[in-house]
Design a protein. Sequence first.
Length: 234
Amino acid sequence: HIQQSFMPETFPASPDGRFTLAAKSLAASSVGGDLFDFVELDAGRLGVSIGDVSGKGIPAALYMARLVSDFRLHAQSAPEPARLLETLNQALAARSRRGMFVTFLYGVLDGDSGRFSFANAGHLPPLRIDAHGKVERLEDGGGIPLGITDGAAYGEQTVQLNSGDYLVLVTDGVVEAHNPGGELYSLERLQALLADPASGPEALLERVLDDVKAFSSGTAQHDDITALVLKWEG
């Protein structure tokens, strides 16, 4: 799969164990459009991104390649999430092809304080799970997907993570997976599953992917299924 080559094989590790990460993308049979990426910023900060390019096949793969290279280029110079989305949007809108666009969420974790600031371009909201299993959708009124119109503005939200909190980011291939009866997996079902947080990001990630696969067994996988889990140890 072409797009797998754009995604990191290894994940950043916190030198003092303050955060742990896991992420995986299960590609559909055709070249899908999901991606995730990490970027290590200055002052112990970590950038995390997840996105879903519209369309499939080679055009989506090429679009994704440009997006990933733009992301890695601009993330160092535009550390604020909203500013980065505006920069990426300008670049993508300027050379938009055949109406392609991408939903994209970018967040920056401050490795000292546990503050997480994020901006959302039409993507599913991040889910935060506290140490007691309370699940919260971090809604931000999300902006429009990247690449549709130049000059789009994006808002930014900051949350303070507490020790033991998880952040879970997924693509719509998770919530729109369906069973043979046509029922969707749904964000509600995902939230119910997450209300019992596992022992670590890797275990929680596998539980999500296994549950989606079990739910939709007997149907063809139409879309990439991607999840990213971050745990703040504090």
